[in-house]
Ligand binder design. Sequence first.
Ligand SMILES: Cc1cc2nc3c(=O)[nH]c(=O)nc-3n(C[C@H](O)[C@H](O)[C@H](O)COP(=O)(O)OP(=O)(O)OC[C@H]3O[C@@H](n4cnc5c(N)ncnc54)[C@H](O)[C@@H]3O)c2cc1C
Length: 540
Amino acid sequence: MDTFDYVIVGAGSAGSVLTNRLSEDPGTTVCVLEAGPRDWHPYIHLPAGFIKTFHMKSINWAYQQEPGPWTGGRSIYAPRGKTLGGSSSINGHIYNRGQRQDFDTWAQLGNRGWGYPDVLPYFKRLERRVGEGEDEYRGRDGNLTVTTMDWQDPLCEAFMAGAISLGIPKNPDYNGAIQEGVSYAQRTIQNGRRVSAATAFLHPARKRPNVHVHTHAHATNIIFEGKRAVGVRYVKGGKGGTPFEVRANKEVILAGGTYNSPQLLQLSGIGSPDLLASHGIEVRHALTGVGEGLQDHYAPRTVARVKNIKTINELRRGLSLWVEALKWATTRRGLLSLSPTMVYCFWHSGETTESSDLQLTFTPASYKEGVQGQLEDQPGMTVASWQQRPESRGYVRLRSADPFAPPIIQTNYLTAELDRRVIVAGMKLARRLLKSAPLAPYYAHEDFPGPGVQTDDEFLAAATQRGTTTFHPGCTCRMGPADAKWAVVDDQLRVHGLHGLRVIDASIMPRMISANLNASTMMIADKASDLIRGKSAPGS
Ligand SMILES: Cc1cc2nc3c(=O)[nH]c(=O)nc-3n(C[C@H](O)[C@H](O)[C@H](O)COP(=O)(O)OP(=O)(O)OC[C@H]3O[C@@H](n4cnc5c(N)ncnc54)[C@H](O)[C@@H]3O)c2cc1C
């Protein structure tokens, strides 16, 4: 059996950063098991390839959620990256950290060292910010390049002018002191190509002789000696493939993401005894919080038809597409170099709300059924709106003891009353933004939810009919003190009650943050690498 110091399951956002940091010491050996293939596919690296990788099963787990009580009986599609870089290789490129209060809340829940002043140095160490931002908040020499949208589009400009006309200020840096305001999006795109966690962190580390990355290696079980994790069983080549084992001298680290890390714990006998018994799995360690507490952002998309100007819907077809392809090939600019979301707007749902609880995004394009993945034929523009800090919680549970079976994913969107109120406020603001005076020359009419929708109940009905995930699931292996029934890992990200086993990915977030999750997931991994190595925080 091969033996390494650390065995990491998953080469996604967290796994890539961890691999890089842990292997800095040439005397430390690191093995990474990744279920998916190498990230060779050209659509991964072309920003507009997002729309293709969205459904590409060779590099995407392509999960389906269970219908929830407030999703109109719909089972919502849940893409997840399955390749080097994980979801950062198929995501929407947006770089958004969240607010000070998000992390201060994590600390208040009993997690020492996770308040905003503790995590800020890691956000800074990771990034190479190109563009506006104060040095107090932004890093300039990390591996992860963060740029600002560089496509000046009249519709985007009019949208931002409209927001300003409604009293929402322009914010030069929503990753700085204050999040509220409107601006072009910050993205992980450099020279017209995606900057994934793999390109920024994993590939540079792979050049080191102490790093071993196995692709097509699906972890099926954690190997234990008593209460100590000592290795991982995996199958090479998918279901029915060849089984292998790999041993960890120091630690096994799960970085399989919010859906897969709790699934692997449950498959290994760690979880709720009732759930494990129902699948005939012997209980290795009872830990009822495993898989529980799932949170995500739920977004209805308000769509208006557009006149007097071309939108991306038309520019991505026929001859225009060929022109754009040529532009990208020769200059790395143009439509194919863009993230699917172009303008960001953070605002509050009510006058008494302390900090922005709404995130709204604008795109001069529209999607069939409001789901990103297929552009509409007629000209359209879209405002997606979501509640930043939802209260609704769901779960991830085994569907069967077969490690290749997808887990049950129940997000329970909108089950909390507050979430329903804030989502309605968001849709109303989206309508006001689209109807603002600066957009009037281009605004034809509202297509969804449509002018017939006026009361709060009607808005809510529309939200349940067409809302989708914004792809930000977290919180299924929550970090918290040992006496919290919901907690799975401690504030060093060690699994409670076991040895040699940590979970380090988006699943450890105790509570949803006001952001897309890629930046904070990489921050978690970077900070965890220092915890593992016993190093103090940068600058301290
Ligand atoms: C379509 C989409 C759009 C998104 N847009 C944005 C955005 O614009 N901005 C943003 O900030 N965030 C965005 N996100 C979310 C963000 O990318 C994720 O939150 C983040 O990448 C999660 O990191 P992770 O390390 O927890 O998991 P992942 O990056 O998903 O990594 C998990 C890795 O583990 C592997 N794995 C899982 N199980 C096993 C197993 N049993 N054996 C071996 N390997 C395994 C997976 O294949 C994967 O490579 C988006 C996500 C998606 C899917």
